[in-house]
Every structure is written in C-alpha cells, then in structure tokens.
Design a protein around this ligand. Structure first.
Ligand code: BJ8
Length: 429
C-alpha cells in the first residue's frame, strides 16, 4: 500500500474561490490513480522522485509560485496549445501554464453548458473553469486560446464569460501570406503580455527567454533519444509524465531535473538496466495530445508488458523537436525567428500537412519502435481524418499499425485492452 498523497491546500484553494469540497475529492482520486499507475513500476530511475513530488505538490507548491509571481506584477498566462510562444511570456518575467484538460472528472461540468459530442480535452479544460476545480485556471491573469480547431475556437467565446480569453488566429495553411498573418498575431500577443506586465519586453529579455526555452527543449530531446535506446532505460509512462509536467513547471528548474535524469539514464544504459524488461515490445504512440492525467493508452500498453518509446504528439515531440534560431539579433528578427520555429509544428489542423506524415515515419525509424499506435481523441476531426494518411503511410512502409479513438471515460477499457493485447502479439510475435 503506497503512502503517496497529492497534498491538500484548502486555505489556498478557498482564497482562489474554488469549490474546495469537490476539488478535494478529485485530489484523492487523482492521487489514487497516480499511485496505481506509477508507483508500482519496478526499477524506476531515482531521479523520478522530483517528478513524483511535482505531482504531490501539483495543487499547492507550484500554484503558490504562480501567485507569488502575480503578487510581483509578473504576468501568469494560461494556454491550450503549443502554438502560443512561451518565450514571450518568459521574456516579460511571467509564467506560462498549460491548461489542457486530461481528466474525466471535469467533463460533466462542461456538459452542463457545451454540447456532449465535442473533444474531451476541450470539455475537460472548460469544465475545470466552469466547476471552479482547477487552481491554475483560478490563478491566471488571462488565457490565450487559438483558432486551431473548431471546438476550441468556439469555446473561447463562452470561456471569456468566466476568464478573460484572447485568441491567436492560427492560419490553416502555411503559404507566405498565412505566415505573415501569424507573424502579426505573435506581435499582438507580445503587446498583450506587455500590457499585463506593465513594461516593454527588451531584446535582451527575449534573447534570454529563447535560450531558456531552447535549453528546455534540448533536455527533452536528450531524454527522448535515451528512450530510443534498446532496451529502454525508462518506462513510457515516466516519459509521458515528464512531458506533461513540462507544461507547468518552472523552465530552468525543470531543465536541470530532466538533465539530471538523463545522466542517470546514461548510467543505466551502461549497466544494461532496462525498464520493464529487455524483451518488451517497443511501441510508438502518435496523435492527439495526452494532457495530465490522461495515462490511458500508456497504462494499457505497458500494463500488457510492452514499452512506449516515443510520443509523436504535442505532449511529446511536437513540443520540443524544433528550436528557435539563437543567432538572430534585433526584436523584429527575433519575432520572425519565433514565428519560423512555431510554424514547423505539424498539427493536423493545417492543410496540407504532408510534413507530419513524413515525421511520423521518421520518428518510428529513429525510435526503434516495432509498431505504431495512432491515438485520436473522440470528435477530433482533424486527427481522425488524418488517420487515413498515417495508416496509408504505415502500410506503404510495412509498419505494424493500430488506430485507437477514445475519450477519457473508463467505459471502453475492456475492449481496448483486448485490441491492444492482440496488436502487441502481432507485433512482438
Ligand atoms: S498544435 S494538437 S495543442 S491544436 S482540442 S485539435 S484534440 S479537437 S489539442 Fe492541439 Fe495545438 Fe494542434 Fe497540438 Fe483535436 Fe481536441 Fe481540438 Fe485538440
């Protein structure tokens, strides 16, 4: 029996006008889920203790840091998409926090207002605010949404009634005129952040923020490369947990801890210490993001004895595969460099999106995986339809392939378990 607990902070939650009683129940459920999913794993790297503690402190320790920043007049901004340039928030001395929802617990709150047949990630995030059951949502100065998918862009209009919500127009194509529009949007975002910060971002601020974020991405790239080693020195569940924590931890501290973990993983590779075992079938997951605490696919796959070695996802490689050019100088050039970097993200909301098809195959080869599970959240039209092209590419490359469309409810677990086990048998032989 684990004595793990997500720590309660009722006074803090009350000060944030939260539904304390309900939130406390969710805290207990999430703590239980975490203990079951994570703490029974064998041979975990010692450096995972930091990330476990980030979960223990998720509803208090980090929230206090956000509130301290706000008290100093530093902007605290919530986002829902990896297209929003975090560097700008950092350059203003602020904190950027990802608010995507990965929990079934907040979905009923959203369904009281929104239609049921929309993406669970949108419903979960919206429900956290509607139910007053997320301290991060309560702490932010404002949120910055985007026009990536229809579900999100229409939700912002309603979310704005509860928290100031601004929207970045993300084009649907990547022609020069689309990029020019996007560049303007990046500049507007900077202006908005500066307004809250009460000061202008200098070139030195932005150059430093670009370095910090590149450092964070390099650390995540390093971790990803180590996961590709066969046998893998860390579980896919732990890899995913770190990718999820990346969206709310302090960037410099996070980078240091990921690099410390990587040092340990290099030692484990030398010692041939594998998790979960040297013969485990290696799987790559592609598709929609898995926001905290969505561990559904990883629990199923690793519960069946396989190991996930790569996530081609925004909570995964789409977040860290590209760096911003650090060699440009001058505000205008730096803002253009930011746009250039962010336009490399190959989300399915773009058309055409050939880069992603190529990238999925490339990551499969690089990761040494034996099969791909393509995962789409229910009602995510763009990822669901792009599935056709991913499947065709896998067929053409003779890559064992399986598609899963699911939501956050446990209802399909039995059926998915049967399908996953059959796929792993086919892949692992
Ligand atoms: S860049 S993947 S983070 S939009 S919310 S599109 S799952 S229906 S999250 Fe995303 Fe930015 Fe693209 Fe990445 Fe589908 Fe759901 Fe929409 Fe979603």
């Amino acid at each position: 029996m684990s004595d793990f607990e997500i720590k309660p902070y009722p006074e803090l939650w009350r000060s944030l006008d939260m539904d304390v009683e309900r939130f406390d129940k969710m805290r207990l459920m999430m703590g239980d889920m975490f203990a079951k999913s994570y703490l029974g794993q064998q041979n975990r790297p010692a450096a995972m203790a930091y990330f476990d503690n980030m979960i223990a402190e998720i509803h208090g320790g980090r929230v206090k840091e956000l509130l301290a920043a706000k008290a100093e007049g530093r902007p605290v901004i919530g986002t829902f998409c990896v297209y929003i340039p975090e560097e700008i928030v950092l350059a203003a001395g602020g904190i950027c926090v990802g608010l995507c929802g990965g929990s079934q617990g907040s979905v009923p709150d959203a369904e009281k207002i929104l239609p049921r047949n929309i993406c669970p990630m949108v419903k979960s995030a919206f429900g956290f605010k509607a139910g007053r059951i997320c301290p991060y949502f309560q702490a932010v100065d404002f949120v910055y949404g985007e026009t990536t998918c229809d579900a999100k862009k229409k939700c912002w209009e309603i979310l704005d009634r509860m928290v100031p919500t601004y929207v970045m127009e993300i084009p649907q194509c990547k022609q020069p005129r689309d990029i020019a529009l996007w560049n303007e949007e990046v500049r507007d975002f900077k202006t908005k952040v500066e307004e809250v910060a009460g000061r202008a971002i200098t070139e030195a601020d932005l150059a430093q923020a670009i370095k910090v974020m590149n450092g964070k991405r390099r650390a995540l790239q390093r971790l990803n490369t180590l996961r590709h080693h066969s046998p893998s020195p860390i579980s896919g569940k732990d890899g995913l947990l770190i990718e999820q924590i990346a969206f709310y931890d302090e960037p410099l501290r996070f980078t240091e801890k990921v690099n410390a973990l990587c040092d340990e993983l290099e030692e484990r590779i030398k010692a041939r210490l594998a998790v979960p075992g040297p013969k485990a079938t290696r799987i790559m997951v592609a598709g929609t993001p898995m926001a905290l605490p969505n561990w559904k696919i990883h629990n199923l796959v690793e519960g069946a004895g396989a190991v996930i070695v790569n996530e081609e996802s925004c909570i995964g490689t789409r977040y860290f595969k590209d760096l911003v050019d650090e060699n440009v100088t001058g505000m205008e050039a730096m803002l253009t460099a930011l746009t250039d970097r962010y336009k490399e993200i190959d989300c399915s909301c773009f058309t055409p999106n050939d880069e992603r098809i190529t990238q999925v195959v490339k990551e499969f080869r690089d990761s040494g995986a034996q099969g791909i599970i393509n995962y789409s959240l229910q009602f995510c039209h763009t990822y669901n339809i792009e599935e056709v092209r991913i499947r065709e590419a896998c067929e053409a490359e003779s890559i064992p392939y399986m598609f899963i469309e699911s939501d956050y409810s446990p209802e399909d677990l039995g059926q998915l378990q049967t399908r996953v086990e059959a796929f792993l048998e086919q892949v692992g032989g």
